[in-house]
Design a protein around this ligand. Structure first.
Ligand SMILES: [Fe+2]
Length: 343
């Protein structure tokens, strides 16, 4: 590809006239927005080490009362995107949220879609449109765009979860807003939607009717997912052992923007993921190992750590424990890439 003209090649007077008219010459910028073959990627390869972050998060609990924070969150920001832009990937926001015993995060709803992955603690629940959902380690709790949600913590000790939202995407679309509401009065039994869908391949059909709402199942318990992966491992001796989290009514991804999944690394396994266009984040539910991207320096990870890797890259995971499997929950932009025809 030959070199194109630069801004400096143009007379200053001409450039000033363009600026005055809100015009920009394309050719000096064209290679930057349409680079040859591989896109420019701001998403770095990172590991957010939970044991380092945890004391800082607990300190936030002392420094900032709930009424001053509403959502007491430390955002896992990818420096390549600019820390203050709060992006883990172009479309994904991630943050570790802390709730102390007896605290409540007030009822609200917003346009971005959200999933929370429970990191530690017991005794909390999120009420989503009237349904209280239990929150246990590794569970996914969904609050799709527009659904009311509030969090309560009745257990002892802190509860921490990882929020995963499509906030950067919705913000860029100038569609991000939130509203507060009155405290919810639960109108459904606890984990009602999970009970409805607790057997794979079976969906509720009350009065012969199928559910058509965007997220009919709100809680995806980790123990079910883990048991499924362990059972699958007895049937697949090789290949990437992975499940996708889907809407049980239609098999589609949980959200149109972010796709969620879980990976099991067999004891001692070293595996390269198929190359994909989408950047990806990984939350370690169990185990220990390393991640290397494009044969770069291996990042070590343990339980509760969270990692990110750019798209268009070679991602290799190693489970450094030869005795036990490791489990990671993944989130990526694959549904969006598929919709846009760039996957
Ligand atoms: Fe929220």
């Amino acid at each position: 590809m030959h070199q194109l003209g630069t801004l400096e090649d143009l007379p200053q007077e001409y450039r000033d006239q363009l600026t005055q008219q809100n015009l920009v010459p394309l050719w000096p910028n064209m290679r930057a927005v349409l680079p040859p073959r591989v896109p420019t990627r701001k998403t770095g390869t990172l590991c957010w080490d939970y044991q380092t972050i945890r004391p800082l998060l607990l300190e936030a609990g002392q420094l900032t009362p709930m009424e001053k924070a509403e959502r007491r969150v430390l955002v896992l920001a990818n420096p390549g995107h600019g820390l203050s832009n709060m992006q883990a990937t172009p479309s994904i926001y991630m943050g570790l949220q802390l709730i102390l015993p007896g605290e409540t995060a007030p009822n609200h709803r917003h346009t971005p879609n959200a999933v929370r992955i429970i990191v530690e603690g017991e005794g909390a629940f999120t009420t989503v449109d009237g349904e209280p959902c239990r929150m246990e380690r590794g569970d996914l709790i969904l609050t799709p765009a527009g659904k009311w949600h509030e969090h309560h913590h009745e257990g002892e000790g802190p509860i921490v979860w990882l929020d995963v939202l499509d906030l950067p995407l919705i913000y860029q679309l100038e569609g991000s807003w939130a509203m507060e509401g009155q405290p919810q009065v639960p109108s459904l039994a606890r984990d009602k939607s999970f009970a409805d869908y607790s057997a794979a391949g079976v969906v509720p059909n009350i009065n012969f009717e199928r559910d058509t709402q965007t997220a009919p199942m709100l809680r995806y318990p980790w123990q079910k997912t883990r048991a499924c992966l362990v059972e699958m491992a007895t049937h697949y001796a090789e290949g990437l052992l992975r499940i996708s989290y889907v809407n049980p009514e239609n098999g589609k991804s949980l959200f149109p923007s972010i796709g969620f999944g879980a990976i099991m690394l067999r004891p001692g396994e070293v595996i390269s993921l198929p190359r994909r266009t989408t950047p990806c984040i990984f939350h370690v539910v169990e185990g220990q190992g390393s991640l290397s991207v494009d044969q770069g320096t291996a990042l070590q990870w343990v339980e509760k750590d969270t990692l990110s890797a750019p798209g268009y890259s070679d991602i290799t995971f190693s489970n450094t424990n030869s005795e036990a499997p490791a489990f990671l929950i993944t989130a990526d932009e694959s549904p969006l890439h598929q919709y846009l025809g760039i996957y």
